[in-house]
Design a protein around this ligand. Structure first.
Ligand SMILES: [Zn+2]
Ligand SMILES: [Zn+2]
Length: 160
C-alpha cells in the first residue's frame, strides 16, 4: 500500500513552499527524509524512516533523521502519533483524518469521516483549555492479526 505519486508530489510542493516562507533551506537530505514519510501510509517511526532513506542517502545519520522529522513537525508538515518517546511516529497526511490502530501489531491507517469531523467536543474536554481540533483513534485487531488469532498458525504477510 503506497501513497499515490501525485499526492506525494503535492506534499513535497507544500514542503518547498513552507521552507521558502520561513527561510529554511530545502536540502537534498531534508527532501528525501520528507519524501520517505510522505510516501508511506505506515506512520513510520524515526528508525523506520532512517532505514528507508539510508539506501538513497548512505551518509545520513539517525540523529539527522530525528532532527529533520521534528523540523518538519515544527513546519506543520507532519504530525506525530503516540507518546513523545523514541517510538513516536510521523504522519505526513495533511488532510483531516482519523486513525485505525491495531493493538497487536501497531498497524496504523488513515480514514476520513465527515461524521467524526463534526464531533462535538464535550465541556469536560474544554475545561482543560482551548480546542484546536479532534482526531479519533479506533482500536482493534487488524485483519491479519485477527486471522492469525483465529485460525491455525499461518504465514501472515507483513502490513503492506
Ligand atoms: Zn495487527
Ligand atoms: Zn494518519
Amino acid at each position: 500500500m503506497v501513497v499515490p505519486a501525485d499526492e506525494v508530489q503535492q506534499r513535497v510542493e507544500k514542503l518547498a513552499t513552507a521552507c521558502r516562507q520561513v527561510g529554511v533551506k530545502l536540502t537534498h537530505q531534508r527532501l528525501e527524509i520528507f519524501r520517505e514519510v510522505a510516501g508511506s501510509v505506515d506512520h513510520p517511526d524515526a528508525e523506520t524512516v532512517f532505514r528507508g532513506v539510508r539506501q538513497r542517502l548512505p551518509t545520513v545519520s539517525l540523529d539527522t533523521v530525528y532532527r529533520t522529522l521534528w523540523l518538519l513537525h515544527d513546519l506543520g508538515l507532519v504530525q506525530t502519533l503516540g507518546p513523545r518517546r523514541e517510538s513516536v511516529r510521523f504522519d505526513a497526511n495533511p488532510r483531516r483524518h482519523h486513525h485505525y490502530l491495531c493493538v497487536r501489531c501497531g498497524l496504523t491507517r488513515d480514514f476520513e469521516s465527515a461524521e467524526l469531523d463534526a464531533l462535538a467536543v464535550p465541556p469536560a474536554a474544554c475545561e482543560f483549555g482551548s480546542v484546536l481540533g479532534t482526531q479519533v483513534e479506533v482500536h482493534g485487531l487488524c485483519a491479519c492479526c485477527a486471522a492469525a488469532a483465529d485460525g491455525p498458525p499461518r504465514e501472515v504477510p507483513p502490513p503492506a
